[in-house]
Design a binder for this molecule. Structure first.
Ligand code: NAD
Length: 284
């Protein structure tokens, strides 16, 4: 399997633009692909803004900032990904749309190319099985904000080869990340632990054990966590948490993963957290 030199990233949203930036900062040439010009321009603007912040903080020189930005080619044509040795998919969390993209990538890419998904909750093997290269399909699960968070989960399906996993570990380290190996089960490792914790914090609040401020203060000051669970829920998005909890409960049937009634009601009300201006706290 040749070295990874050129990386394709599908989706220039929150995660995709962060992944593209991180790959370019590590010296890889990146082709960033979107469905339309508007989200592509928005993604490129986010990258420029993030790189400028690194320059302002003295963590990046202007020359390195320009070189990093210059390594990213923005495109709406999937054909521009054809020479990529690795493609990381970070599009909407929808299995039909992702499957369609995986089939197109499989037809387009050279046989040695690895295709990864950044999915948080879907079955990686379901996407891999739709390709003719299931041994070269894996999960590469980054954390938000990608340029800052040190972890990447490398997800091995029952069909992923050890050679692919080894390549992805080496690639993750080149990005300055610490990779960990995780199974292809909902939530992988981090969300398998984090989601039940967040759901339990909602139950504690729902049952009136403490105020939301005290719950958050308790976990920050008592456990040294940078954010309290209710603050973190607002940051992650209550809709996203509800979606992941439902998938995890569906798979494991473990009551600890069941969404508390309050979470469902907040999502129904559109109280998604920071993104909607209201969650456990007010952001108006
Ligand atoms: P997002 O909505 O911010 O971005 C998704 C982007 O994909 C949009 O810009 C959309 O236009 C684009 N897109 C849709 N279909 C496409 C296609 N066929 N080709 C190219 N682009 C397409 O979503 P996000 O938060 O960046 O999440 C992306 C993926 O990353 C999801 O699978 C999600 O589960 C996963 N993830 C998200 C987080 C997070 O904190 N948001 C963390 C880890 C993993």
């Amino acid at each position: 399997m040749p070295e990874i030199r050129t990386v394709g990233v599908c989706g220039a949203g929150l995660m995709g633009n962060g992944i593209a930036q991180t790959c370019a900062a590590a010296g890889f040439n990146v082709a960033l692909m979107e469905v339309a010009d508007a989200p592509l321009a928005k993604g490129m603007a986010s990258i420029a803004k993030s790189l400028d912040k690194f320059v302002e903080k003295g963590k990046l020189t202007q020359a390195d900032r320009d070189a990093t930005f210059g390594r990213i080619t923005a495109t709406t044509d999937i054909k521009n990904l054809k020479d990529c040795d690795l493609v990381i998919e970070a599009i909407v969390e929808n299995v039909e749309i992702k499957t369609e993209l995986f089939k197109r990538l499989d037809d387009l890419l050279a046989t040695h190319a690895i295709v990864c998904t950044n999915t948080s909750s879907l079955c990686v093997i379901e996407l891999a099985a739709k390709t003719k290269r299931p041994d070269k399909v894996a999960g590469l699960h980054f954390f938000n904000p990608v340029p800052l968070m040190k972890l990447v989960e490398v997800v091995k399906t029952i069909a992923t080869s050890q050679e692919t996993i080894d390549k992805l570990f080496a690639f993750g380290r080149k990005l300055g990340k610490e990779p960990i190996l995780t199974p292809d089960t909902p939530g992988f490792v981090v969300n398998r632990l984090l989601i039940p914790y967040l759901l339990y914090a909602i139950r504690v609040y729902e049952q009136g054990l403490a105020s939301k401020e005290d719950i958050d203060k308790g976990m920050k000051l008592g456990c040294g966590y940078p954010m309290g669970p209710l603050e973190l829920l607002d940051y992650v998005g209550l809709d996203t948490t509800y979606f992941i909890a439902n998938i995890m409960f569906d798979e494991f049937k473990d009551p600890i993963m069941a969404a508390p009634p309050l979470l469902k009601r907040m999502v129904l009300a559109g109280h998604y957290g920071r993104k909607s201006g209201k969650g456990f706290y007010d952001y108006a």
